[in-house]
Design a protein around this ligand. Sequence first.
Ligand SMILES: Nc1nc2c(c(=O)[nH]1)N[C@H]1C(S)=C(S)[C@@H](COP(=O)(O)O)O[C@H]1N2
Ligand SMILES: [Mo]
Length: 359
Amino acid sequence: MNSDESASGIPDGLIVREKEPPNLESSFHQLNGVLTPNHLFYVRNHFPIPQINLQTYRLAVGGAVRNPFSIGYEELRTMPSETRTVTLECAGNGRTFLVPRADGVQWQLGAIGTAEWTGVPLPELLHRAGIAENVCEILFESIDKGVPKEEPLPPGEISFARSIPIALARETLIAYSMNGEDLLPEHGSPVRAIVPGQYGMASVKWLSEIRALARPFCGYFQTTDYAYWGEDESGNPERIPLRELAVKSQIARPFMDEVIAAGCQYRVFGAAWSTAEVEAVEFSADDGQSWRAAQFIDPPQPHVWRRWQFDWKVPTAAGGYTLKSRATDSDGKCQPDEHDKKFGSYRIHHVLPVKVLVR
Ligand SMILES: Nc1nc2c(c(=O)[nH]1)N[C@H]1C(S)=C(S)[C@@H](COP(=O)(O)O)O[C@H]1N2
Ligand SMILES: [Mo]
């Protein structure tokens, strides 16, 4: 065994899914604590990581406000701050499991992570700007630029931008620190949004401007990419932005194709998350024919994954076994058996099989 490889043969550290711009995923089977260490936290970029000078950096707050202003990095760090633990999952996490193969970064299980984020609560900034009464959304604009890949293509370079409904502003942080360290360039330094309970694309990195909007934002990453076809009130097809995390669980250990000793006791280990509270995780060792309750390791905490375990009495009969886990949340939502094609190559939360060999 190579020294930088673990027992599974998967290298330690992040797995490169795309070199330029860097798109890197965690090896989920190495899941350990609730918090994902910064050097193991997945990286999802659409465009090259921008180079930003902290001395000259300004964050603008404007749009439908009475007092538009801009603020420098040092001043932002003197404002009232909060620290919150939040799980981020990329909406494309699990894409490799789609059949037929879907275009896009081939994420396996590791486009997810949990960190303690520190920053200025968004209402502090909005209060200072004095937002108008008719504001319905807050738009986050960023510094990174490029030409996106999905049709219909915009006329030229664009920057990454997403909006949130105003109701979510209360929970949103304008973060400058991650697990007690200054944000790394790849995670959005100097400042990024952290929007709890939403897929990762809402948490815009390298913020240039926070803008109050009196009508919904319809930009590329809101309606072309990271959106799906739903219906408006009259039943006409309409693009709906992806937002809430769907209920999901993943098995970290054993990993795919692991060889397990017949008759032993194996502690199956994983995590589960949802926008609502995860209330139950079940485990199956017979490809989903029968299910038993798994035990939670963590108490429920809003917008933070819950680790779980199941002490599996491994059969004495040698052969292939298909393991599955499935989570249910406080809205009564449960993981489906199949991917909902409506969501294309996003929001992949169906029950995933882990095949192991008992010997
Ligand atoms: N400016 C900007 N913000 C961005 C992105 C981006 O490409 N540019 N990617 C988004 C997506 S799709 C995800 S999943 C998260 C990933 O955050 P991370 O790279 O810190 O894990 O950032 C979001 N914020
Ligand atoms: Mo993402």
